[in-house]
Design a protein around this ligand. Structure first.
Ligand SMILES: O=P(O)(O)OC[C@H]1O[C@H](OP(=O)(O)OP(=O)(O)O)[C@H](O)[C@@H]1O
Ligand SMILES: O=c1cc[nH]c(=O)[nH]1
Ligand SMILES: [Mg+2]
Length: 209
């Protein structure tokens, strides 16, 4: 699986803010928004483009745009903090939604929302979720996308664990990964170590389901 780690001092500083337990919810959300900008910037780097004529105030020249407007899929809740920034960077994009909450005992994802186009063939899909821990939530999301014909899927994450990266790799699905970090591993609660805690709670407070 193609894996791209965004290695940049500004990305590292934003990730540090997100890791810091003293960062309050607005500070955490702001750092996530800014870091998403860098992750998307890198994730889109090799996207197919097409030329078209554009009229400047002086002359006609050739401009470029994305050849295939992508679908962005934030995984609720935590992925919601990435979608505003990603869709502003790619104004032609559309947004689908998947909602999933890990069971605290089994650590398995429990899906509660699925709002996706029926046919994703030929459409690049960017799944937005800051955390890839066991990989269960991401693999389940990708299953939903592949069942709709998606063949070009990018997982855009902030912090990952080696176990989650391996789960994506072993899934055999057509996915590549763009992330800010691969951490040491998981603790007994399947939280990423050192990680940043619960990315949903740190943006929005406790979950009610
Ligand atoms: O790789 P996994 O082991 O599946 O864990 C990662 C998932 O856990 C978090 O969501 P969570 O279930 O905490 O829901 P939330 O976003 O509503 O807090 C995170 O945003 C991922 O979706
Ligand atoms: O460390 C983790 C693992 C799963 N989900 C999170 O939000 N954080
Ligand atoms: Mg959570």
């Amino acid at each position: 699986m193609e894996t791209q780690l965004v290695d940049h001092p500004l990305a590292a500083a934003l990730l540090t803010t997100m890791r810091d337990a003293r960062s309050d919810n607005p500070t955490f959300r702001s750092a996530l928004r800014q870091l998403t900008q860098m992750l998307i910037y890198e994730a889109i780097r090799d996207a197919e483009i097409e030329d078209f004529d554009v009229q400047t105030p002086v002359a006609t020249t050739r401009g470029v745009r994305l050849a295939k407007p992508p679908l962005l899929v934030p995984v609720l809740r935590a992925g919601l903090g990435m979608v505003e920034q990603a869709s502003s960077l790619i104004p032609q994009s559309q947004v689908g939604f998947v909602g999933m909450a890990r069971d605290e005992q089994t650590h398995e994802p429990v899906p509660y929302l699925e709002s996706l186009p029926d046919d994703l063939s030929g459409i690049p899909v960017y799944v937005l979720d800051p955390m890839l821990a066991t990989g269960g939530s991401m693999v389940h999301t990708i299953e939903l996308l592949v069942a709709r014909g998606a063949t070009d899927i990018t997982a855009v994450c902030v912090v990952t664990a080696p176990q989650g990266v391996a789960a994506l790799e072993n899934s055999g699905f057509p996915v590549r990964l763009v992330a800010a970090a691969v951490d040491e591993g998981l603790n007994e609660d399947a939280f990423i170590v050192p990680g940043l805690g619960d990315a949903g709670d740190r943006q929005f407070g406790p979950r009610w389901i």
